[in-house]
Design a protein around this ligand. Structure first.
Ligand code: HEC
Ligand code: HEC
Length: 475
């Protein structure tokens, strides 16, 4: 806790309230902070002032001991090249940057993502992504480096295979040099007898593969017997996926060589994404003003946004889930976002995410982690493997730069921040459910002016200054 910083410049009355754990119960935020002798009285209630001080600035991302290369500059530069290249996709048209465009706050601005095939979920932004505990809307990856491996082999996204990832890097002189500088000489991945194209383990009952198969069937005119070659599932479904067949023909030692390259690619992509940090928003300048007793900085945030923050942390109770410097609790909730954009009505969210995570080959406690027994493992150690009949829960997104990343929610249900706030304020259009949900989510009884203030506050979380090195691949 930043108690020492809190004590500076805020005044004794507030300091006492902070020390007494005065983050306040919603609703007790009546008067404004007493001006206890400093130059800048807070325009917020004591409770809201204390909360604001905890929500800024954004600290540097925490270290990731599961990735030895997490802050290696060479790895980040190779990661930058890999993030932007289309060479790691079937057909050579898809890249991380196509969906997470650094010029557009790392999103595609589409309701639902479109890779090699259409996806069922909305593309999240990558601002401050190295702070997160779980990745994807359903948390089916537990590290940033592990996450990166999933879109590469997802038949809807890059539709690639790990042998082809190794072969593509080996075959590109620049990528290969950068790789070998970091990780030592590559195996002879151009030897097709040992390293077939499109070799990978095909996960059973994987949602993306089911979808790819449905797309293939539809493309074949709905013929249920049409099972186009590439989309056969492995295992118990009775089909032997050709990618799995190629993988099974390889020796375990060669499989390990390919897995090692694949994992290193994830670790480089993670090192690069660590640079995606948001800068100083109006809200951060405002909080600096509170901390330093600087009225001109306090004035950086519009009065409407200041009223909006008071509501955000008070009457509207948004900070129950959107708290801390990233405005998220890093966990999952059922907010009953309406079904929209043709996304499935029965997306199970976190419960399927837990099942996938339990089966994930590249988790933080796996042999591919650089710290399998370390503290990162604690977060997965006691997790249930699935949730029974649970409500569909999705991850609470960070709200930093949220004004730049419409549409909103896991299925892109809302086009604007006004629509989001309208939904929270009225609960109109809520997806019906007979499972008791989050009791906190009730109509808020906000006036039109109050809703506008909340939106003004969300806009004050914007910092669109971008490190230009993120935008392009290295030359
Ligand atoms: C076809 C568009 C598309 C491509 C290509 C793509 N992504 Fe994504 N990304 C998404 C979508 C959609 C999600 C959320 C999917 C879900 O939750 O099921 C996502 C989620 C993520 C997340 C998790 C963010 C969070 O808040 O949990 C990260 C990190 C990420 N992608 C990085 C990458 C990297 C690195 C690549 C390239 C290897 C990549 N993405 C390629 C669309 C894409
Ligand atoms: C019970 C926890 C909870 C509370 C309370 C809550 N949120 Fe959320 N918020 C979430 C979750 C979870 C999502 C993602 C839901 C989904 O995609 O299905 C979300 C999504 C959002 C988004 C969309 C962000 C994006 O990038 O898509 C905004 C904006 C938002 N919330 C603002 C608010 C505001 C304003 C309030 C107060 C009126 C609030 N939230 C209260 C949990 C909560």
């Amino acid at each position: 806790m930043g108690d020492m910083r809190v004590l500076i410049g805020i005044g004794a009355a507030l300091a006492a309230s902070v020390l007494m754990g005065g983050c306040g119960t919603p609703g007790d935020s009546g008067g404004s902070s007493p001006n206890a002798g400093t130059a800048a009285p807070s325009p917020l209630s004591d409770a809201a002032t204390a909360t604001a001080l905890r929500m800024s600035p954004v600290p540097p991302p925490p270290p990731d001991p599961t990735n030895l290369y997490f802050e290696d500059e060479g790895a980040a530069e190779l990661g930058r090249a890999l993030f932007h290249t289309s060479a790691l996709s079937k057909g050579g048209n898809m890249s991380c940057a196509k969906c997470h465009d650094p010029r557009d706050s790392f999103v595609d601005l589409k309701p639902l993502a479109e890779g090699v095939l259409p996806l069922e979920r909305h593309t999240p932004s990558l601002w401050n992504v190295a702070h997160l505990r779980w990745f994807f809307w359903d948390g089916r990856a537990d590290s940033l480096w592990g996450q990166a491996l999933i879109p590469l082999e997802d038949p809807l996204e890059h539709a690639f295979a790990r042998t082809e990832v190794a072969r593509a890097i080996h075959g590109d002189p620049k990528l290969r040099t950068a790789y070998e500088d970091l990780f030592g000489p590559m195996a002879p991945f151009d030897n097709l007898d040992r390293f077939p194209p499109y070799g990978r383990p095909v996960p059973e009952n994987d949602r993306a593969h089911q979808l790819a198969r449905e797309h293939a069937r539809r493309a074949a005119g709905g013929d249920p017997d049409a099972e186009p070659h590439h989309e056969h599932l492995g295992g118990s479904s009775g089909f032997y996926h050709p990618h799995q067949r190629s993988w099974d023909k390889m020796s375990p030692a060669d499989q390990a060589l390919v897995n090692r390259v694949f994992v290193n690619v994830g670790k480089c992509l993670a090192a690069f994404q660590r640079r995606m940090v948001s800068g100083r928003s109006e809200f951060d300048v405002f909080v600096e003003g509170l901390r330093e007793g600087a009225p001109e900085k306090v004035a950086a945030m519009d009065p409407a946004a200041i009223r909006g923050f008071e509501l955000f942390t008070g009457k509207a109770q948004c900070t129950v889930c959107h708290h801390g410097p990233l405005f998220t609790d890093y966990e999952f909730h059922d907010t009953r976002v309406p079904i929209a954009n043709g996304a499935p009505a029965d997306d199970p969210g976190r419960s399927r995410g837990l099942e996938s995570l339990a089966a994930f080959q590249f988790g933080v406690t796996s042999e591919w982690s650089d710290d399998p027994d370390g503290p990162a493992g604690n977060k997965v150690k006691y997790l249930p493997k699935h949730r029974h009949a649970g409500a569909p829960e999705f991850k609470t997104p960070s709200l930093r730069n949220v004004a730049l990343t419409p549409p909103y929610m896991h299925n892109g249900a809302f086009k604007t921040l006004e629509e989001v706030v309208q939904f929270y304020a009225t609960r109109e259009g809520e997806r019906p459910s007979n499972i008791p949900g989050e009791t906190i989510l009730k109509p808020l009884g906000l006036s039109d002016a109050e809703r506008a203030d909340l939106v003004a506050f969300l806009r004050a979380l914007t910092d669109d200054s971008l490190d230009l090195s993120l935008v392009r691949a290295p030359r």
